[in-house]
Write a protein that binds this ligand. Structure first.
Ligand SMILES: [Zn+2]
Length: 372
């Protein structure tokens, strides 16, 4: 099945790195979730993903498929031309950017509109950290945080939480006194000029809870980081099954929960949740394009085993460099085409149903969910 003309809504990705920062940054680090020096300089280039990507990127840049030639071509073409080529080849209808990742080193969200229609996802932990730094008292912080969620700006189409990274997905009903003392501890860090990192369970849980309350009022989706990521994460607490109390909570039934990154390796768990809860959605990002070819096919097949087609979303989780947008789009279309073709061969779907499924997964489901 050839899906090359089907548009894509990339429902979760991140802003590109500014060219002045890109110069000081090791290119292979965009191809690994690890950040230890030995991983970046040595092992990252030994993955199937890296090897396959070198050939694909060389095609787009018109150079030999090796790291040195790619770096030389990027320098020769210039940042904007590389971005233009990657976005043009990706064939996006629009992209949704979580701009809370390395915000001081990334291009502004609106800048990406030059290449593709761009919407914003509000990363709530980043918002909370900023407001804690600016707001001396708990009541003032509480009011400012709730107000920011209530009116996040016209370009914001969803919220994003990285609580999986900080204190885990087993979010509990907030204890306001404990949240307040965590806030006060962080305020002391502000006074001492320390860098803030929101990683106090009572306060992180409070932040997620307030977000879900706001999302319930607005019917706005909340994206949860689930599954693999960089080693800042304790993968045990990134299993989406920990979300059960939130998914069962009567106040949050109107909140679409979007489980990012195929929840890999908890992919079947995510597919199950999407099958039984009306308000749970799954996403293919990061798993595509980071896994091997058979790994990418596995995540698509694992979702299709049980999850409704209407609950599967597509994203690249591209970050730092434009090539990842291109790679995600290219492999997303190709793998989805192959797996859906197999469902026709198996007699699971008709050819027309498989085509409709590809459109649903690549853009229609996101269009409906985010009201784009
Ligand atoms: Zn992401």
């Amino acid at each position: 099945m050839n899906l090359s003309t089907v548009p894509i809504i990339d429902q979760h990705a991140h802003n590109l790195l500014r060219p002045e920062h890109a110069r000081t940054f090791a290119y292979p680090s965009a191809f690994t979730e690890g950040y230890a020096a030995e991983v970046v300089t040595r092992h990252a280039q030994e993955t199937i993903f890296f090897r396959r990507s070198m050939r694909e990127i060389a095609g787009i840049l018109g150079c030999e498929p090796n790291l040195a030639a790619i770096l030389e071509a990027r320098e020769r073409l210039g940042f904007e031309e590389v971005v233009r080529r990657c976005f043009e080849a990706a064939g996006f209808q629009s992209i949704l950017l979580d701009d809370g990742f390395m915000p001081d080193q990334a291009m502004p969200t609106a800048w990406h509109n030059r290449f593709v229609r761009t919407y914003r996802l509000l990363r709530v932990e980043f918002l909370a950290e900023r407001l804690i730094a600016e707001t001396p008292t708990w009541p003032a912080f509480e009011e400012a945080f709730r107000a920011a969620l209530q009116d996040p700006g016209p370009e914001v189409v969803g919220f994003k939480t990285i609580v999986a990274y900080r204190t885990g997905l087993a979010v509990e009903a907030p204890d306001p006194e404990a949240a307040r003392s965590a806030f006060e501890a962080m305020r002391q860090q502000v006074e001492q000029g320390e860098r803030l990192r929101l990683a106090h369970k009572p306060l992180n849980d409070w932040v997620v809870w307030c977000t879900l309350e706001a999302a319930a009022r607005q019917g706005r989706p909340v994206q949860f980081h689930t599954g693999f990521g960089d080693p800042d994460l304790d993968l045990r607490w990134a299993n989406p099954l920990h979300l059960r109390p939130l998914l069962e909570h009567p106040g949050f039934q109107r909140v679409p929960f979007v489980l990012l990154h195929a929840s890999y390796p908890y992919t079947r768990e995510a597919g199950y949740l999407a099958a039984v809860y009306p308000h749970v959605y799954t996403d293919l990002g990061l798993a595509i394009p980071f896994l091997s070819r058979s790994g990418m096919a596995f995540v698509v097949r694992a979702f299709l085993e049980l999850a409704p087609i209407s609950k599967i979303l597509f994203s690249t989780d591209a970050h730092l460099i434009p090539e990842l947008f291109y790679l995600g789009a290219r492999w997303g279309r190709r793998i989805l085409g192959e797996v859906l073709e197999a469902t026709v061969h198996d007699g699971d779907l008709t050819a027309a149903e498989a085509e409709a499924a590809a459109e649903a997964i690549l853009y229609r489901n996101a269009q409906t969910l985010y009201r784009l």
